[in-house]
Write a protein that binds this ligand. Structure first.
Ligand code: UDP
Length: 406
């Protein structure tokens, strides 16, 4: 697996660390446990990390030097894709490994992977996680570099298979990029059902210092304009009863300061600043407490290719009020596990959240339905489907890939 621009073991909630990191870590670990040995290659961004580390049985993280061993902005990384590919090949040659398949994540890895498979003659499949042209359509003021747009438009036609998180993404690949649907496999992301499950709400609240009488709305994720938090801050301004209501916002490192300042300014402008608290990033392992403490999880994004946070919330038994965009439209069952509302519209967000806050039995019943719905989203199920896809592609190319066979 190639995960060039961000390590699957990086702390979550930063500018570049979110769903993709969780996906690569969880899937690599599951595949390892199924007997498929996985090396995940990432660009070295620190001088003092070991070159190779086994992070789960059968799954290793390999750091490749490409550019300086420090943080490099994603925007500057395209120039390093050749060095990265060369570093992966050098490791492979040194270790005498013959890889059976390359699975790339995000377009930068896709570019590096494209170079590698030309020599290795093995199948190449990729997940884009986001696509430049799709982002531009979702939010007009997004900017994308031409090299990304060009690379994606080229790559989508070179890959042996694209893994899309939803049917919706497969449709976009056809409509925008003219990719025939048969070249796109739809396999959703998953959720750790052990970690994210209903638990005692009072205990979760007292562990996190949240008053039992508080009405808690929760937003979790990278803090960037595409996440649409401004829409939800405006929704708070539309609510008729804000007594004891707090929106907790989890995520965003020091590089999110400008966006946090913008959100605070909007909150002050409409007089809801006392109802919004930014908690910064929270370790993934500590998140269950916050989901379990919440009354409603909100996801007002302009676009989500999948939206792991919604799935984690539903698995925890909490109703979700989300924009009807991307993956959210297929994971959230409108009226049954939460509500889907038109994007960019504060009013329906306010209406649905108030409906839920007023009605405890409704929250409980949507929460229970969410838990049931999420049972099919385990990482084990996701990884089995991926494994079948790997085997199918390898078979087509006559390569020896087989689960359990190494
Ligand atoms: N996350 C976390 N701590 C944070 C913020 C986010 O563990 O402070 C995790 C969150 O639980 C989820 C992922 O980061 O698993 C975000 O994935 P999602 O698909 O919702 O958004 P993306 O980052 O892919 O846009």
């Amino acid at each position: 697996m190639l995960s060039m621009h961000t390590s699957p073991l990086a702390a979550l909630g930063g500018r570049e660390t979110g769903g993709m990191n969780v996906y690569v870590r969880e899937v690599a670990a599951q595949l390892g446990s199924m007997g498929v040995r996985v090396d995940v290659f990432t660009r070295r961004d620190s001088a003092d990390t070991p070159e190779v580390a086994e992070f789960a049985p059968g799954a290793r993280l390999v750091q490749v030097t490409a550019g300086p061993p420090e943080r490099v902005e994603k925007e500057d990384m395209f120039a390093l894709t050749d060095d990265f590919a060369r570093g992966v090949e050098a490791f492979r040659a040194r270790e005498g490994i013959r890889y059976d398949l390359v699975h790339s994540h995000y377009w930068l890895s896709g570019v590096a992977g494209d170079r590698l498979v030309a020599d290795w003659c093995v199948p190449h499949l990729a997940m884009f996680h986001t696509l430049g042209d799709v982002k531009l359509r979702a939010r007009a003021s997004e900017h994308e570099r031409p090299e990304r747009l060009e690379a994606e438009r080229r790559l989508v036609h070179r890959l042996d298979r694209i893994v899309a998180a939803t049917e919706h993404e497969r449709r976009l690949l056809r409509q925008i990029y003219r990719v025939p649907p048969r070249r796109v496999a739809v396999i959703p992301l998953g959720v750790d059902l052990e970690t994210f499950r209903p638990r005692d709400r009072g205990a979760a609240r007292s562990r996190r210092g949240i008053d039992a009488a508080e009405r808690i709305l929760l937003a979790v994720g990278r803090i960037e304009p595409l996440k649409g938090l401004d829409i939800f801050v405006r929704a708070l301004g539309e609510m008729t009863d804000l007594a004891r209501v707090t929106l907790l916002v989890i995520g965003g490192d020091e590089r999110a300061e400008a966006e946090v300042a913008r959100l605070r300014a909007i909150a002050s402008e409409i007089g809801v600043q006392e109802h919004v608290r930014f908690l910064g990033p929270v370790a993934h392992e500590a998140l269950p407490d916050y989901y379990n403490a919440a009354d409603v999880v909100v996801m007002p994004s302009f676009y989500e290719s999948f939206g792991l946070v919604a799935v984690e919330a539903m698995a925890s038994g909490v109703p979700v009020v989300a924009s009807r965009v991307g993956g959210l439209a297929s994971t959230v069952a409108d009226g049954r596990t939460g509500y889907l509302v038109p994007w960019r519209c504060p009013e329906p967000f306010a209406e649905k959240v108030e409906l839920l806050l007023r009605n405890e039995p409704l929250r409980a019943s949507l929460g229970r339905a969410g838990v049931v719905r999420m049972q099919s989203y385990s990482w084990a199920a996701v990884s089995e489907r991926l494994c079948d896809l790997y085997a199918e592609l390898a078979d087509q190319q006559g390569s020896a890939f087989a689960a359990g066979g190494g």
